[in-house]
Write a protein that binds this ligand. Structure first.
Ligand SMILES: Nc1ncnc2c1ncn2[C@@H]1O[C@H](COP(=O)(O)OP(=O)(O)OP(=O)(O)O)[C@@H](O)[C@H]1O
Length: 254
């Protein structure tokens, strides 16, 4: 009997150049199924660029990405979504003039069989049920009929994650999900991310090192476009090269 592959995502020698700058330089790592794998690094280390390469927003100059054993290098975001790889951005991706419920129902409708996909949204039972499920799971019941534009920043970020999950992906890519959040919202969002792992594999690109250390099963550290270290959170935190490059930068990073 064959063992299922423990790695859901494999990044091999990924690189991209912007003119003279190699923003991501030959980066390789694996993300295990059901785990939270995080990418940290100082400002300008190349984290967001790496995220954009993996999530298909920009094309690599070299290297490969495989997802569930399938080569998905440079695939467009909608193709990745169909393969089960969803992403949530730093930049808000919500329809502000629609309610929380409608945002979720629209996102879930993409999972409908093609023959039903053109039905009016209100007739899609699956999308309706999925939206209700997500509203309960994300603690948004009291806000279900509020316009997304009127939610607090923290609620909008949580709704974005719920929207990314509407199509039941196998893996979720999160770029700075707690950016701009209050301490309380960051804690709550961290707990929510932790609770999603297991059934779902998560790749987290995050500035908040305290949060990353608390949540992650595996941490990849980048600096100046390259991978500096990787390992368990405690090992990474104790690594002198990481401390010199990163933790030494300032108290708010530690
Ligand atoms: N489209 C682009 N064109 C040119 N240079 C870019 C582009 N995108 C990013 N860069 C440069 O690539 C480097 C890595 O940027 P990136 O945003 O990936 O870093 P980061 O680790 O995510 O930083 P931060 O934590 O500040 O978000 C930086 O020097 C940045 O200025």
């Amino acid at each position: 009997m064959t063992q299922p592959d423990q790695n859901v995502l494999s990044v091999r020698g990924l690189s991209v150049r912007f003119g003279a700058l190699t923003a991501v330089n030959n980066v390789s790592f694996d993300a295990r199924r059901g785990h939270i794998t995080s990418v940290i690094g100082p400002n300008g280390a190349g984290k967001s660029t790496l995220f954009n390469l993996i999530s298909g927003a920009i094309r690599p100059s070299g290297g490969a990405v495989s997802f569930n054993g399938q080569d998905v290098t440079a695939r467009a975001p909608d193709q990745l979504m169909k393969a089960g790889l969803a992403r949530s951005f730093q930049i808000t991706n919500l329809f502000f003039e629609l309610s929380v419920f409608e945002n979720l129902r629209l996102a879930a409708q993409a999972l409908e069989p093609a023959a039903r996909a053109l039905l009016p949204v209100r007739r899609s039972t699956f999308a309706l049920q999925r939206a209700e499920e997500l509203i309960a799971q994300f603690g948004l019941s009291s806000k279900a009929h509020e316009l997304a534009g009127y939610l607090s920043h923290g609620e909008q970020r949580r709704l974005e994650i719920a929207v990314a999950l509407a199509c039941k992906p196998k893996m979720l890519l999160l770029d700075e999900p707690t950016q701009g959040m209050s301490h309380a919202d960051t804690e709550e969002t961290g707990d929510m991310i932790k609770s999603l792992a297991g059934e779902l594999s998560i790749l987290l690109v995050e500035h908040d090192v305290g949060l990353v250390m608390k949540l992650s099963d595996h941490v990849v550290v980048m600096t100046q476009g390259a991978k500096l270290a990787e390992g368990l959170p405690a090992a990474v935190r104790a690594n002198p090269a990481v401390q010199a490059a990163y933790f030494g930068q300032g108290a708010h990073h530690a």
